[in-house]
Design a protein around this ligand. Structure first.
Ligand code: ADP
Ligand code: ASP
Ligand code: MG
Length: 588
């Protein structure tokens, strides 16, 4: 028997007609001989409507009461869908998260799944029933063992479905939605977005957490960790959709389905050099000119960071392999001559990175890394973060010491630690998809002390308030008083709490100020062939320059390049970048 978990999203269940047509589709799949566990979201926009009801009463509803409220949306869908299946002559039973044995941690509104007690589901499957489970919700054991309803966070029913597929060892998990599968970008903004036949979980994890709302990032994380066969398909037709690929892992669930040790690997890459251009003009086209020249000159750039503006001036810092430094330096000198600015280089640097899908959404991981480094007296020259990786560039002399202390802190064994390992070209596309995230604001903390521990202090204070920083950028140039600037982006919702926490922290640092940023959009290009292709960033910068869009911040990690632009220009920027990588139909 084939066991399938099928998830139907809100739009697929937006009306009674749609619920009936989903029921017909489920019946057909049952008649093909499949055992079925169905996971559903709330009908249409009902979760938004419930949220609005609450906001008419209070601006700050209790998280527990919000869970009580929002979980009702899914309960409407499960019962109606079960009734529609009964009408078609099928045996079906609906279950809430609690009844289905979905146990979560107790954090209301963002609970992670700890385990799924599958006995009940299996019993009903053995009786030939179709099981219809409410997505997005679970139960925590609460105080005194009394069950409490929890929710997983917006978009979380994808996560319920994939977690059920992992726990039941289902043959596949199929996510049915209102688009034909995963597209090269959001089709609501870019009209000629194309369907991808397949995408790796690593790439999807980045895209999903950078704004591609078609899948909940935590669902991708579980699929990747447990090797679940995951498909995204349209609920309107029978086409094959998109297959998510991952290496079969099936790592045992130490600590829970979504609670494995956050860091899996630590790597050190030596012989790196940092090139810092400072006081260069802040206008569209500068980054494009620079990186086009470098790429034409044969330089493969690794991390790129563009830090805070200082009265119409920018700093751009990037890393290259030490043996490319001479070439890169002479190309930069050439450019600086025509645009102005200063250049400084530093060889004998080392890149230290931690990786692991558990870094995502856990504010404390990056801050623990920075803290461990600062306790070992290591000053961080550059920071680059992605959802699954945090990299720091440090002085080579302290590399081994740093490796040892970070390895000890995250309890990594020798097999998880690598030194100077280079990966082979995988011949994958440099950019597979692009995403936009308009839910962020930029914050700069200016004139912070340039000493080990500063970045870690900022991250920890935010982590204590459960706020994750996204793109962290530390300026290269020091002010006359030997201080630096650090910029980062956070979710709009976290603005108030973040500013209070940071203001308190910096009151201890003489002269430090907080600059609350403007609304921005983050545009990210993701592709696992990126590390092996020269000039990817240059193409992206040129596309923005051609549209006269100024780049506020740049941050890269291994398989993605992110540009932060004014929110106003976000959609134009997304279209320009999508077509510069020829991702759309008729883009040539
Ligand atoms: P559901 O209700 O089925 O969970 P969602 O609204 O959560 O559906 O997700 C589907 C939507 O995600 C699509 O309608 C589309 O507008 C949006 N989307 C954003 N980025 C992408 C992408 N790269 N591929 C497909 N859809 C995307
Ligand atoms: N109904 C919830 C939401 O709208 C969960 C989901 O749709 O995945 O966020
Ligand atoms: Mg969704």
């Amino acid at each position: 028997m084939t066991l399938l978990v099928q998830k139907f999203g809100g739009t697929s269940l937006g009306s009674i007609e749609r619920i009936k047509s989903v029921a017909k589709r489920i019946k057909a799949s049952k008649e093909e001989g499949n055992d079925l566990v169905i996971v559903v979201s709330a009908m249409g926009h009902s979760t938004d409507e419930l949220t609005n009801l609450a906001s008419n009463i209070t601006g700050q509803p209790s998280r527990r009461e919000m869970d009580m409220l929002l979980s009702t949306g899914e309960q409407v869908s499960i019962s109606l869908l079960a009734m529609a299946l009964h009408e078609l002559g099928e045996q079906a039973i609906s279950m809430t998260g609690n009844q289905a044995g979905i146990i979560t941690e107790s954090a209301h509104g963002r609970a992670r799944i700890l385990e799924i007690r599958t006995d009940r589901i299996k019993n009903f499957l053995n009786q030939g029933q179709i099981i219809v489970i409410a997505g997005f919700q679970g139960t925590s054991l609460g105080i005194g063992g009394i069950p409490e309803i929890t929710t997983l966070g917006r978009g979380g029913s994808d996560t319920s479905a994939v977690a059920l597929a992992a726990a039941l060892e289902a043959n596949a998990c199929e996510i049915y939605t209102d688009v034909p599968g995963v597209l090269t970008t959001d089709p609501r903004i870019v009209k000629n977005a194309q369907l991808m036949k397949s995408i790796s979980c690593d790439e999807m994890l980045e895209l999903a957490s950078l704004g591609a709302s078609v899948l909940h990032p935590r669902a991708v994380e579980i699929a990747r960790n447990y090797g679940v066969t995951l498909l995204v398909k349209s609920s309107w037709d029978n086409l094959s959709g998109t297959l998510l690929t991952s290496k079969k892992n099936n790592i045992p669930t130490k600590g829970g389905i979504e609670h494995r040790s956050p860091v899996h690997g630590l790597e050190l890459i030596e012989h790196q050099a940092v090139i810092a251009l400072s006081n260069i003009p802040d206008r569209p086209g500068i980054a494009a000119d620079l990186f086009e020249t470098l790429s034409k000159g044969g330089v493969n750039v690794d991390l790129i960071i563009q830090a805070t503006h200082q009265v119409n001036k920018n700093d751009i810092t990037f890393t290259v392999n030490e043996d490319e430094l001479k070439n890169a330096h002479s190309q930069c000198l050439h450019i600086i001559k025509s645009i102005g600015g200063e250049i400084s280089t530093q060889s004998n640097m080392t890149k230290l990175s931690i990786n692991g899908s558990g870094i995502m959404g856990r504010a404390g991981i990056a801050s623990s890394l920075f803290d461990t480094l600062s306790n070992s007296g290591v000053n961080i020259r550059l920071i680059a973060t992605s959802e699954v990786k945090v990299s720091c560039v440090i002085d080579a002399g302290l590399g081994t010491k740093a490796l040892r202390s970070v390895g000890d802190f995250f309890k990594l064994n020798n097999k998880q630690i690598s030194l100077n390992v280079t990966t082979e070209d995988n011949h994958e596309p440099e950019v597979r998809g692009v995403a936009i995230d308009k839910d962020q604001i930029q914050i700069s903390v200016k004139n912070v002390p340039d000493r080990p521990g500063t970045a870690s202090n900022i991250c920890s204070i935010l982590a204590d308030n459960n706020i994750t920083l996204d793109t962290i950028v530390q300026s290269e140039r020091k002010h006359e008083d030997n201080t630096k600037d650090i910029s980062f982006t956070i979710k709009k919702n976290d603005r108030k709490e973040a500013t209070i926490a940071i203001k308190e922290l910096i009151s201890n640092w003489q002269g430090a100020t907080l600059e609350e940023g403007k609304s921005i959009a983050r545009i990210s290009a993701v592709g696992s062939g990126m590390p092996f292709t020269r000039g990817t960033a240059a193409k992206m910068f040129r596309a923005l320059a051609n549209k006269k869009i100024n780049i506020e911040m740049i941050a890269t990690s291994e398989i993605r390049t992110t540009c932060i632009v004014p929110e106003l220009n976000g959609e134009d920027a997304l279209n320009a970048i999508h077509s510069c990588f020829k991702l759309g139909e008729n883009d040539s």
